[in-house]
Design a protein around this ligand. Structure first.
Ligand SMILES: NC(=O)c1ccc[n+]([C@@H]2O[C@H](COP(=O)([O-])OP(=O)(O)OC[C@H]3O[C@@H](n4cnc5c(N)ncnc54)[C@H](O)[C@@H]3O)[C@@H](O)[C@H]2O)c1
Length: 329
């Protein structure tokens, strides 16, 4: 009792302990839902885009632990190869492969899909995970605004090129990693490619809204094929995604931001849980067109429920990516 009174009277001990405890429990809470079901993925083939870091790498690691064959589709082959070796070492699963895929190049996407289909005639789960966020205005090799180009258009083409193998492997799944940022986005129908004006944040939100609209429209078109598709928000996750916010690298910003990040952001492993849930949970075998967060279905914004915009985006994406011509290749 005396000791407690002493502590209460000593702000130097009391307040740091209270803040520390509050931070600890808040961090625990912020780590979110976990996918704890045990599944055996032996014999199943997966592709994960952007698999060398962050959520993508953790997704591959967990699937590898469960025996799946995984193609890590990456832009940076040095980092991809290193991540692959780490995963093989940790899981002893030798069926992990690294392949080059640059989603900012339609040519690279076509090359990746053709190469994959030469090696495999099955694909059970495609995880469209790769993404860029808040970059300064740049264009993809084909002249698309980078965030819409990589996050949506690249995955739109990739998905279409792999649909035949996904259908052959049904029941199969397409998982699109979107973001809560979709909820403050809008599809700029008059200036989809941000030619008249550009906002880093607006273009990211637009691309993540495009992920949800694409998922919903695709789900309708895939009805009865045995291929399902869902989108998700992984949570706020401590990854390299914020690399374009250069001020965060300043030592002073690090001093302020790091403790906050530790409390409020998920680890990449916890950030991968909703992706794993959407990709692996047997209970979702026939569930399609939904949006998940923390391993649960969640509502999407009104803009994401607008089927007219979904159809507009689909038609534009077909035009931009030349998907119908590509399918005949
Ligand atoms: N981290 C978060 O808080 C958060 C929140 C919401 C949504 N997301 C989404 O999660 C996904 C994964 O992001 P992360 O947080 O792991 O970030 P990350 O930066 O660690 O990983 C992104 C991956 O995408 C790859 N990539 C980028 N451009 C590419 C291209 N042109 N071609 C191929 N690959 C490319 C990167 O190389 C990297 O491997 C993204 O789609 C992101 O929008 C993340």
């Amino acid at each position: 009792m005396g000791c407690l009174t002493d502590c209460l009277c000593c702000p130097l001990l009391f307040w740091p302990s209270i803040i520390g405890l509050a931070a600890y429990f808040l961090r625990k809470y912020m780590q979110g839902g976990q996918f704890t079901k045990q599944t055996d993925e032996t014999g199943k083939v997966f592709i994960v885009t952007g698999a060398n870091t962050g959520i993508g790498k953790e997704t591959v690691l967990e699937i590898a632990k469960r025996g799946g064959t995984v193609y890590m589709a990456c832009r940076d082959m040095n980092r991809c190869e290193k991540a692959r070796k780490d995963i093989i070492q940790e899981t002893n699963n030798q069926n992990i492969f690294s392949r080059e895929l640059d989603l900012s190049s339609l040519e690279s996407i076509r090359k990746f899909a053709a190469g994959f289909k030469k090696e495999q005639d099955k694909l059970h789960v495609l995880v469209n995970n790769a993404g860029v966020m808040h970059c300064p205005k740049t264009l993809t090799k084909d002249g698309f605004e980078m965030q819409l180009g990589v996050n949506h258009m690249g995955h739109f083409l990739l998905t279409h090129l792999l649909l035949d193998v996904l259908k052959k492997s049904a029941p199969s799944r397409i998982v699109n990693v979107s973001s809560l940022a979709h909820s403050h986005g809008s599809i700029n129908t008059g200036d989809l490619n941000s030619e008249k004006s550009y906002s880093r944040i607006g273009a990211y939100s637009q691309s993540k809204l495009a992920n949800v609209l694409f998922t919903r429209e695709l789900a309708k078109r895939l009805e009865g094929t045995g291929v399902t598709t869902n989108s998700l928000h992984p949570g706020a996750v401590d990854t390299e995604l914020s690399r374009n916010w250069k001020f965060l690298k300043h030592p002073l910003a690090q001093l302020l931001v790091k403790p906050l990040q530790w409390v409020l952001f998920k680890t990449p492993r916890n950030g991968a849980q909703t992706t794993l849930y959407a990709a692996l949970d047997p209970a979702l075998k026939e569930v399609s067109g939904l949006y998940f967060s923390d391993c649960k279905p969640k509502d999407v914004s009104a803009a994401a429920q607008d089927d007219k915009t979904g159809k507009f985006l689909w038609a534009e994406s077909e035009k931009w990516t030349g998907v119908n011509a590509a399918k005949q290749d």
